[in-house]
Design a protein around this ligand. Sequence first.
Ligand code: NAD
Ligand code: IPM
Ligand code: MN
Length: 355
Amino acid sequence: MKQFDIASIPGDGIGIEVVPQAERVLRAVADVHGGLAFQFQSFPWSCQYYIEHGVMMPDNGLEQLKPFDAIFLGAVGDPNLVPDHISLWGLLIQIRREFEQVINMRPAKRLDGIQSPLQNPKDFDLVVIRENSEGEYSTVGGRIHSKEDEVAIQNAVFTRKGTERVMRYAFEVAAKRKRFVTSATKSNGIVHSMPFWDQVFKEVSADYPAIRTESQHIDALAAFFVTRPADFDVIVASNLFGDILTDIGAAIMGSIGIAPAANINVNGNYPSMFEPVHGSAPDIVGKGLANPIGQIWTAKMMLDHFGEEELGTFLLDAIERVTRKGTITKDLGGIHSTEEVTDAIISELHTARSV
Ligand code: NAD
Ligand code: IPM
Ligand code: MN
């Protein structure tokens, strides 16, 4: 019996609602498979934990997480309790950085039965490879407090190592897909980083002659995600550009509640972390309205990461059969609760086994 040990961090808001549902789904996947098991250990680290302990996680939090095969996170952030810059840097961003999860992989594709806000979405199927450790999210900068002229400075940091790494990763992903990489740039402006980004893109692309490439300015690309998403395959983007693009990717899928993501440690020296694109959604908490599909699709990405791609596809197929039948939550125009959608997915998994 193969066993995967998973550290669950439900976090805040609807994270606490959707993580246990996705765990139920994974248990059902294991049950159907028969030859593997998932062992979950839950960690209460969250804004509530901060109120009680003055920290988002204990000093040895990272040490506690290190032995696990993966981290399964819901969402972090409860701005009414703790300012976001404290809660996110104290938990989510710290794990991404300390565990060298330098790639954030975020697919967006049309699912049957889900209405896209686009009039003609066609069958788009793209994946954004977002740089996850540097760029615009650097720690370099600061605030100069003064009565008359207050200044906030943020330096974007693009290292050759980090830039090349994310681009190579994107090309490797594209090699297994439609072999087309779009680089999100902004080299027409006065930022220093983007001509450098373009140069590295050109150099790396020379190593992949079989892969078609293009560069698009981020502002135009954001618009193209809306007007012609089916034209893209793999998009490589800096940290902030990728963050914004993937919310658009989620929106054109029909809801941010279904978008999955994986924070990948490429060296295998620390666990990777799986968390959906959405946040803690304080506006719908406690109402049974949270769409569990983002978290469950994220579980599918974790299965892929474990090398269980067949099971991953099996799970995504079950999700799509459920959306096709219209068992969907309110954000997608449906009437079903978080738990009902999860039950329907689990029931599809069992049905698929018996046929
Ligand atoms: P959000 O993603 O939490 O919510 C945006 C909108 O989408 C809200 O209207 C919400 O109700 C809706 N929504 C989100 N997920 C949904 C789901 N599963 N089902 C149905 N509707 C859903 O973004 P926000 O409001 O900007 O942020 C809220 C908090 O979450 C903030 O503290 C923010 O910093 C944090 N956040 C955390 C993460 C993360 O942990 N990965 C990501 C984004 C935001
Ligand atoms: C995401 C989120 C985070 C990010 C925030 C909450 C720090 O928006 O995972 O997309 O910007 O990376
Ligand atoms: Mn985001």
